[in-house]
Design a protein around this ligand. Structure first.
Ligand code: PMP
Length: 288
């Protein structure tokens, strides 16, 4: 049996969940989205995701045609209709069907759809052994071009960096901003540890304000670990003691090599493992 998709106010069968070829989401990547986890039947950090979605929409002058309360209800309804207790939700708002011109204001009504499905996980081995990555040559979007804080449907910047990673036979790449500072990975935020202190690039360096990032920072502080937001260079990544990425899909994953430089002793470090464990407990320990 296929999935039930929430599309513009109704739950429909997967085969009937269709979007116009004139939708500017498809024609121009004009729209916004969220990726959200379901843990133990609980939609993880739904309020934070809904808030970020409305902020992304505001940044691109996209009016979401329903209230955040209605949208929150729609997400829960979709999860229930698909009987999921662990999984992944893709919540998408497109500009809607318009003409072949760029003008977004001709599009009468944006489309909203919600997919709730099982999640494709990275193999457990990757978490145990840690991941090897590279630095991308593709520079992160300039903040005055497409604000990296907005989670828009226009992901070509990240996709070009991802292709560089895949060409090098690794799953992820670090993206640097126009000034050469670390921005983020193609779909995850960056953390490093040096001499017991955790360093994270500020969001203004060109990162999405990751919801996992926020939680991991809080969990680290709860463990009395010092977290410093600071611009990081490629050199900082090369000589750090520990390195990990955070994101909704990847959760907390250790990095053990970048551009052929081994990190620490080549295994995920103790702070990485501690925070991965704390994140797991936090995500799974919540009430329904
Ligand atoms: N950066 C980018 C570019 C992303 O796409 C994501 C994943 N949505 C993240 C960071 C991590 O954000 P979050 O923890 O909210 O999933």
């Amino acid at each position: 049996m296929g999935l039930k998709i929430w599309l513009d106010g109704k739950l429909v069968d997967q085969e009937d969940a269709k979007i116009s070829v004139f939708d500017h989401g498809l024609l121009y990547g004009d729209g916004v989205f969220e990726g959200i986890r379901i843990y133990n039947g609980h939609v993880f950090e739904l309020d934070a995701h809904i808030r970020r979605l409305y902020e992304s929409a505001k940044a691109i002058r996209l009016a979401i045609p329903i209230s955040s309360e209605e949208l929150t209800g729609a997400v829960r309804e979709t999860v229930e209709a698909n009987g999921l207790s662990d999984g992944y939700i893709r919540l998408v708002v497109t500009r809607g069907a318009g003409t072949l011109g760029l003008n977004p204001f001709i599009c009468k009504r944006s489309s909203i759809f919600i997919i709730a499905d099982k999640i494709q996980l990275y193999p457990e081995e990757l978490y145990e052994k840690g991941m090897k990555i590279i630095s991308a040559t593709t520079v992160r979007n300039h903040p005055l071009a497409i604000p990296p804080q907005a989670k828009s449907l226009n992901y070509l910047n990240n996709i070009l960096a991802k292709i560089e990673a895949l060409d090098s036979n690794v799953p992820e790449a670090i993206m640097y901003n126009h000034e050469g500072y670390v921005a983020e990975a193609t779909g995850d935020n960056v953390f490093i540890v040096k001499d017991g202190v955790i360093f994270v690039p500020p969001v203004e360096a060109g990162a999405l304000p990751g919801i996992t990032r926020n939680i991991v920072i809080k969990l680290a502080q709860k463990e009395n670990l010092q977290v410093v937001e600071k611009n990081l260079t490629r050199f900082d990544l090369y000589v750090c003691d520990e390195f990990f990425l955070t994101g909704t899909a990847a959760e907390v994953i250790g990095i053990v090599e970048i551009d052929g430089r081994m990190i620490g002793d080549g295994r995920p470090g103790p702070i990485t493992c501690l925070l991965r464990k704390k994140f797991f407990e936090y995500a799974h320990g919540k009430e329904k």
